[in-house]
Ligand binder design. Structure first.
Ligand SMILES: Nc1ncnc2c1ncn2[C@@H]1O[C@H](COP(=O)(O)OP(=O)(O)O)[C@@H](O)[C@H]1O
Ligand SMILES: [Mg+2]
Length: 228
């Protein structure tokens, strides 16, 4: 039932990668719909490369005219609905945000991504006003270096983490071979050949931790709504 959207108007911030990682991880134990709401259809292209998990349904060609109905239909059917959004602020983005239980704002630890993330957060607050309810969101650092982060990266991450008004995932999605390989070969991280990508075990652990924290955030958001 919960709907999770991935939004950041900056292209390359890691929306599609993180959405796909989460969808495949949750699909191990649950039914999941992943809605491809980017006109370039990156998720749909990934699905055409190789076999996808049987419990994962891909909905292609979501537009501002269709996305509300597509989310509604998927939410009735599946325990998790994930929306991969395009890289521009649009009515489509606002519609998806308005229906979300959690909006994940992926960003690289770079200034341009940081500015775009702040714009998206402002947009989420406007959408909250429009629908008159609170919408939980959290920034997710992506493509972060496992070792030797730059000074800029550390500075930007610290600014976000020390800002009490912005929720930030404890987990970061690291920059990993396994995660970029998915778009070349299809399938899930768990399907990859350990001999063909570096440190697959760490990549699998990273995704499991991301899914666990997402579920925890959804649980807390639901508890908060019950109290309100
Ligand atoms: N965690 C990661 N590790 C390695 N490569 C990544 C990671 N996240 C994204 N990429 C690569 O960066 C590029 C942009 O990522 P993508 O997820 O498509 O961003 P967006 O959907 O925000 O435009 C892609 O080529 C993708 O393979
Ligand atoms: Mg994308």
């Amino acid at each position: 039932m919960p709907t999770i959207s991935f939004a950041n108007s900056k292209g390359g911030s890691g929306k599609t990668t993180s959405a796909l990682l989460l969808a495949c991880e949750l699909a191990h134990s649950s039914s999941v719909t992943l809605i491809d709401a980017d006109p370039r259809q990156p998720v749909t292209r990934w699905a055409a490369l190789s076999e996808k998990p049987a419990s994962l349904t891909i909905v292609s060609n979501a537009t501002e005219r269709t996305v509300l109905d597509q989310i509604e239909a998927a939410a009735v059917r599946d325990p998790f609905v994930i929306v991969d959004l395009e890289g521009t602020a649009s009515r489509l983005t606002s519609y998806a945000i308005s229906q979300s239980d959690l909006v994940i704002v992926p960003m690289k630890e770079q200034q341009q991504d940081a500015s775009a993330a702040l714009d998206v957060i402002a947009e989420i607050h406007r959408d909250m006003k429009a629908v008159r309810r609170e919408i939980d969101y959290a920034v997710l650092f992506t493509q972060s270096k496992v070792v030797a982060k730059s000074r800029t990266a550390r500075h930007i991450a610290r600014q976000f983490r020390e800002n009490d008004r912005v929720a930030v995932f404890d987990v970061e999605i690291n920059e990993r071979d396994a995660f970029s390989a998915l778009f070349a070969v299809g399938g899930t991280v768990r399907d990859l050949d350990p001999k063909s990508v570096n440190n697959l075990a760490a990549a699998i652990d990273n995704v499991a931790a991301f899914a666990a924290e997402t579920i925890e955030r959804l649980r807390k958001a639901a508890a908060k709504r019950k109290v309100a």
